[in-house]
Design a protein around this ligand. Structure first.
Ligand code: NAD
Length: 251
């Protein structure tokens, strides 16, 4: 894939799931330097990149984290803005503090990440991919906070694409359907399904069969490669788009 050799890339939510798979995929393409951000300091430290790596443990919604990022690295070529958390509650039951926490991680954090990345790319251009979700496009009961935050992520990508174009900055979003990652372990409905099906693997398979025409959830490595395509020079004319990768779920 063209466009990765010796480049500097930011990955948020790098310690797990899609973020960790993106780090592996990018390392294999010859990335020069990583700037990795995650709340989970221990897992972030354990991540083996095989490259020069600046590790920043902290919350993407904390402006102080981005001051530290700017001090450690003020120029970037590429960014995967991917940190996010799940939530599931019907609107009538949403706890306001929980709502604020989802908005902070998924939307405030995305805005601050985007602001840092665009400033660090202003001189030489670059390419950014934001991880949204199919929940930001297709409504389902019980997803209000997560869905509203991800719809916001999609619109942020479009505005950023228009604002960044003059400086040669491309911004795209990916909207995965179900992906087999640890994020599901935060969802009570999934924990019940694991008990019912007898194992985590069987529960993921059952979810994949439920409403996805292709009959399965994606693997984090598959989403990472699709993010890689959007980041790469092979996508040089693509900006402001949302790549839906949901096995046909939203059809
Ligand atoms: P994951 O839980 O495996 O990874 C998410 C990572 O983000 C974790 O390492 C976590 O510590 C980190 N993180 C969470 N909040 C953070 C914060 N405020 N600041 C810094 N780091 C934070 O989950 P994943 O599935 O790999 O999720 C990655 C992204 O993909 C998320 O934005 C998620 O909403 C999105 N997504 C996931 C799915 C899915 O089915 N797994 C589907 C659509 C979209």
């Amino acid at each position: 894939m063209p466009g990765f050799q010796n480049k500097t890339v930011l990955v948020t939510g790098a310690a797990s799931g899609i973020g960790a798979a993106s780090v592996s995929w990018l390392a294999a393409q010859g990335i020069g330097r990583f700037v990795l951000v995650d709340l989970d300091a221990e897992r972030l430290e354990r991540l083996d990149t095989g490259r020069e790596t600046l590790r920043l443990a902290g919350d993407v919604a904390d402006p102080e984290l981005w001051h530290r990022a700017t001090e450690g690295c003020d120029t970037l070529d590429l960014a995967v803005l991917n940190a996010g958390r799940a939530d599931a509650a019907p609107l009538v039951d949403i706890d306001f503090l929980q709502w604020r926490q989802v908005m902070a991680a998924n939307l405030d954090g995305m805005m601050l990440s985007l602001q840092y990345a665009m400033r660090a790319m202003a001189a030489s251009g670059g390419s950014i991919v934001q991880t949204a979700s199919i929940s930001g496009i297709k409504a389902e009961p019980g997803t209000a906070a997560y869905a509203a935050s991800k719809a916001g992520v999609i619109q942020l990508a479009k505005v950023a694409a228009k604002e960044g174009a003059a400086q040669g900055i491309r911004v795209n979003a990916i909207a995965p359907g179900g992906v087999d990652t640890p994020i599901w372990d935060q969802v009570p409905m999934f924990r019940d399904l694991v008990d019912q099906e007898g194992s985590r693997k069987a529960a993921i398979a059952a979810l994949g069969r439920m409403a996805t025409p292709l009959g399965r959830y994606a693997r984090a490595e598959e989403i990472a490669a699709q993010i890689g395509f959007l980041l790469s020079d092979a996508a040089a004319t693509i900006t402001g788009t949302v790549l839906v990768s949901d096995g046909g779920y939203s059809l």
